[in-house]
Design a protein around this ligand. Sequence first.
Ligand code: ADP
Ligand code: MG
Length: 694
Amino acid sequence: MNSGIDDILKKSIQCIKGVAEKRSKLFHKLGIFSVYDLITFFPRGYEDRSKLKKISQMVNGEECTFEGIVMSKVSEKRIRKGLTLYQVFIKDDTGTVIATWFNQPFVKKLFYVGERYIFYGKVTGKYKYFEVSNPVYEKVENGEFKNTMRILPVYSSTAGLSQNTIRAVMENALELVDGALDDFLPYWIRKEYRLCDINYAFSNIHFPRSEEDLNYARYRLVFEELFILQLGLLSIKTALGDGKEGICFGTHEKELAHFISGLGFELTNAQKRVWKEIEIDMESNRVMNRLVQGDVGSGKTVIAALALLKAVKSGYQGIMMVPTEILAKQHFETLCALMEKSGVTLSLLVGSQTAKQKKEILSRIEAGEVDIVIGTHALLEDNVKFYRLGLVITDEQHRFGVRQRAVLSGKGENPDVLVMTATPIPRTLALILYGDLDISIIDELPSGRKPIKTYVVDNSMRERVNKFIRKNVSEGRQVYIVCPLVEESDAIEAKSALELAEKIAKEDFKDLRVGLVHGKMSSSEKDKVMQSFADGEIDILVSTTVIEVGINVPNATVMVIENAERFGLAQLHQLRGRVGRGGYQSYCILYNESKSKIAIERMKVMENSTDGFVISEKDLEIRGPGEFFGTRQHGLPELKIANLYRDMDILKKAQKAAAEILRRDRLLCEEENIKLKEKIVEKFKEKLKDISLN
Ligand code: ADP
Ligand code: MG
């Protein structure tokens, strides 16, 4: 063990040659405080100055490195006040170029005829000769090249910090640690996955000796980052009770078969498969932590009902928590209807109930007189106590954190946990984002659904669209119109979205029953309008916020989205899923005012596909993962070098390696894994803090 290096890595960057107080403040702006921060400040790109070109091979507009002999004395040309050019002719055996510096009189004393230099700079070729402006130069005779003849890193920077400064400081920092960095990856992993040594990786990611070395270095560092991410998530899973002794629920084959036969439809193959996976988990003595991912309308509620029923028949209580009151009410009604003949008692628990109502429900839950409780965040409160809680389900889990799940679990003794989400995420990414859960995917919609027809339009079509809306309303159907805000906090946007919504409500359709929901309304006001829409008392629901996820109004057949280009595709898909829930042909109309190629391409995806997984995959491809995870609430450590989309192959390897190492040493407590474990704990401190309360 080399503890000295750990101390150095923790030291302030001021211990590095070339960093005094003033400069250290600039580095702080980049989030760099310690030596470790600095060496893990990876380049955002590179300039390859390593390949020499002949003058005859130069291309107009390109940066290039070339070797040449000084042919002339430096000439001085005053163009105007404040602008003087210093020029010198350079040649090699294939041609001649002019090197020009602006306002740098010192170059006059620098270059002498006959001397040999390496130059690097951008070449332009307007006249007879190519010209290179303000080139970097290094004398061949000295035999030492710092700024030419190599691949140089380019860093994200801030005003006052030049690339040259960052490079110089980085070199000093690397000198300080070079050769001393401890490789925390066990040797067999490095060998099996052909990962280079850690010191080699750091030195070559910053100052690669060649493109090949850079690739090796990057591969190692990306692998390492994703490997730690994966291991951290898997450890969280362990901490959350994976493998912990849990409840063995009974099979109750007869009752469940009876329930299924009473549904009035056959389960899809995907539903059957997912239900099987859940049953195995529930019957085993391990605690279940499972995510059910299924597109809108894929039938997740029935699966939840089956799991709840199995728990109740085994003598336990179950919870289903959802993000909003209106959803809670809907689920409550759906589940009551589904379980009517099963002899199960259900209760609803939401914030708007009176203290008296709540008190009564709470005491019944505690006494075990209620089997299933459906509710909102109200369920999290301390005074909600259970008689014998066995199953916790959360719907639309992206609204809830790990912490809330843990609070619910704490109300029973290692109850099984099921998390439902309609947010479609490509499987490999789901493994990362939900790495602490096992995953089941319902990748099939019940047959007989009419696919929603989607049209992308612009403002010139408004008349026709409005006519179309009227036609649907006159046939008794209902319509959603969504006017998005980019950011809730953006005052200007908020105003224009609200104005548009009001115009639609008060001018375009003033003769129809129009309901308006906007961000400034209280949630009970919003709920009231939504409820009357659900009850059919409103024809058109105009909203400036995103309509609640999961709300079910089968009679609604048209979804109009203003400024659709502002939404993520996954979000558009979710919104579109609000219609097409009944037997009627449904439509989605996307207003797009953007002429950008990307926007048009993204809208095309919506027109051409109704598969949430395909759509999210495309979205990821077009926009890249940075934006895809723009509003991530997953609390994962920041990725400094890996790119979840581009590095998918490495991700797969890292996932395989993580599974392998845990198979050998489940808790990572063997000698060879100790340092690795420290690293994981360090990276996941934030997220682990949330969990230890369990
Ligand atoms: P989501 O996955 O979006 O929560 P729901 O569970 O609300 O979807 O199901 C949508 C609709 O499809 C409901 O009306 C439900 O009764 C119906 N449904 C569920 N499974 C099937 C099936 N296998 N065949 C036909 N209809 C089904
Ligand atoms: Mg649902």
